[in-house]
Write a protein that binds this ligand. Structure first.
Ligand SMILES: NC(=O)c1ccc[n+]([C@@H]2O[C@H](COP(=O)([O-])OP(=O)(O)OC[C@H]3O[C@@H](n4cnc5c(N)ncnc54)[C@H](O)[C@@H]3O)[C@@H](O)[C@H]2O)c1
Length: 318
């Protein structure tokens, strides 16, 4: 097991990267002994892992959420509030969110606002959620055509996960998570050198490499967030490529996954930086070499520049 200490607004908490799913369950059972727990679970995770978790889940404590952007909405939030109310949750209850970034963002927004905030634990089950969305306390839902527009900053008390969850993840979701890992490589020069030397574009990584990438990425994100908890300055570096990326996601009608849009977006941002004269040719070539090892959906190249430019203007990020 690897433990990372995460700094949050309420002190520090543990990010536990555990070697087995049984180990994750064991840690949850430890909390269950003394508190009432409510689970908000990604529908695919519920389907795949139901047998392992079935002694924890029952109809009164388990809310299953469809993990698509359409369900990252106020409608889901109201349904979660109803579920919590009907089952007598209160501020001392734990909400344990098990799933990817969609379930994490939606479930933790519900946890942050129900009775002004319940206790929260994240169990990220996608690579993207392990390296990015479970750290930094951003919660939220989409509103009208705006992505992640309504939300809050709310930290979990713990993050508990295992790379073993990734064995059932679709390849495009692994690629999407790699998009955020590559972003950290562009933020941290030592990590860039490691990725440049060792990553060849394969999505089938040995366990040790995977553990290193997850642990290092989580650490880099935490280091950045600690310096700028409210996303006022330093944290903007975590948006690298995201204005392009969100525009690509939006033009695709969200059929392009977030992190895959980010890979294409970082390519766009790299070309732009070079054109603006703020990135040397040789740096651009190296960055494009690393990003180019990860093949994104060809259809992205068919989107018109005008439609992407228009969508970029609607991005809420600075
Ligand atoms: N809060 C933040 O700081 C932050 C940061 C980055 C991204 N995000 C948000 O995260 C979301 C994307 O997250 P994501 O990439 O995890 O997508 P996701 O939550 O949609 O999960 C991807 C797919 O994998 C499935 N899945 C999850 N775990 C699985 C497993 N172990 N095995 C098999 N299938 C599994 C899900 O059902 C879904 O179909 C976006 O909405 C994005 O805006 C938030």
């Amino acid at each position: 097991m690897r433990n990372i200490t995460i700094e949050s607004n309420n002190g520090s908490f543990n990010y536990s990267l555990i070697s087995s799913i049984e180990g994750v369950i064991g840690k949850i059972e430890g909390i269950l002994n003394s508190h009432s727990c409510f689970y908000i679970v990604d529908s695919n995770v519920h389907k795949i892992y139901h047998n392992q978790f079935k002694h924890l889940f029952n109809q009164k404590n388990c809310f299953v959420l469809n993990a698509t952007e359409e369900y990252k909405s106020f409608d889901s939030i109201y349904r979660i509030y109803d579920f919590l109310l009907e089952n007598n949750a209160d501020r001392s209850s734990y909400i344990i969110v098990i799933g990817g970034g969609i379930t994490g963002d939606t479930g933790s927004f519900a946890a942050s606002s129900f009775m002004r905030g319940t206790r929260l634990i994240h169990v990220p089950t996608t690579l993207l959620a392990m390296v990015d969305s479970s750290i930094g306390g951003k919660t939220g839902v989409n509103y009208k055509k705006y992505k992640n527009f309504i939300g809050s900053f709310y930290e979990p008390e713990q993050v508990i996960t295992s790379s073993k969850f990734l064995s059932t993840l679709k390849q495009e979701d692994v690629l999407s998570g790699m998009g955020e890992v590559l972003k950290y490589a562009l933020i941290d020069s030592n990590f860039f050198d490691y990725c440049f030397s060792w990553l060849d574009g394969s999505l089938d990584l040995p366990e040790d490499d995977l553990l290193y990438l997850i642990g290092k990425s989580a650490q880099i994100k935490n280091d950045v967030v600690t310096q700028d908890k409210k996303d006022l300055k330093m944290r903007h570096s975590l948006n690298l490529g995201h204005t392009f990326g969100h525009a690509i996601e939006s033009v695709s009608g969200f059929s392009v996954k977030h992190g895959i849009g980010v890979i294409a977006g970082m390519r766009g941002a790299t070309y732009l930086a070079n054109k603006m004269g703020i990135m040397e040719d040789k740096v651009m070539e190296k960055v494009l070499d690393l990003l180019g090892r990860y093949k994104v959906d060809e259809k992205i190249n068919t989107y018109s520049t005008d439609s992407i430019y228009l969508a970029m203007q609607g991005d809420k990020r600075e």
